[in-house]
Design a protein around this ligand. Sequence first.
Ligand code: B12
Length: 181
Amino acid sequence: MRRRSVKVLLTGTASDSHTWNLVYLRLFLEEQGHEVTGLGPCVPDELLVAACAEPRPDLVVISSVNGHGYRDGLSAVRALRAAGVQVPVVVGGKLGVAGRADEERRNMLLEAGCSAVFDDGDVQALRAFTAALVLADPADDDAAPMAVPPAVPGSAERVPVVSERVPVVPARVPVASGAVA
Ligand code: B12
């Protein structure tokens, strides 16, 4: 049977004490019908990894706004992938202190196994990402074949880079019309 929602594990980063970003994202995702488990702010990598054990989430959303997001996000994604967590992981928010997207650091996140990197203000891209995960549910017999493999460290094929407010295709989802491949 087709899944209608995504089980999202929502977390702040290890150094980030901001909370309203997390409140906002929870409401935003729940409004779309997704099931959100929130770990709160200042989450160490070990806690995040432990929280990905059963019940396994469908998606990990990492939010950071304190300016250390690239560094903390990289550490978190590396820890998750090193622990064998295979589910899509996205990072977003005010990731650096230098304004919008830092391509080099964004690419480091993607190389580390991050499925997508979102800028401050990219919540609609996150909406598209989670919606595509629902469409790609492998439990759904009618689901279209997967066009993009899961993002894993060192993988030659990577999920498309999310850029300026553009809807994206997450890992393991069919390329839908209008999506950026
Ligand atoms: C309130 C606030 C605080 C409060 C937080 C209270 C709380 N309970 O959260 C206090 C006073 C504690 C605080 C502390 C600090 N703060 Co402060 N804070 C703010 C402030 C004014 C508002 C943040 C807020 O609540 N916004 C409302 C929420 C709903 O929106 P948001 O956080 O912007 O999140 C949105 C987007 O970023 C995006 N988003 C976020 N995560 C994700 C994830 C994904 C996947 C996606 C798609 C989108 C996304 O979606 C959200 C909704 O649009 C901002 C400035 C500002 N105007 O934004 C600074 C700001 C975030 N703080 C900042 C800083 C530097 C700090 C401190 C480091 C200051 C210090 N030296 O101590 C500390 C943090 C310490 C730490 N360990 O983290 C900087 C961050 C710099 C940067 N990133 O470039 C900011 C931007 C101020 C500034 N202009 O310099 N802060």
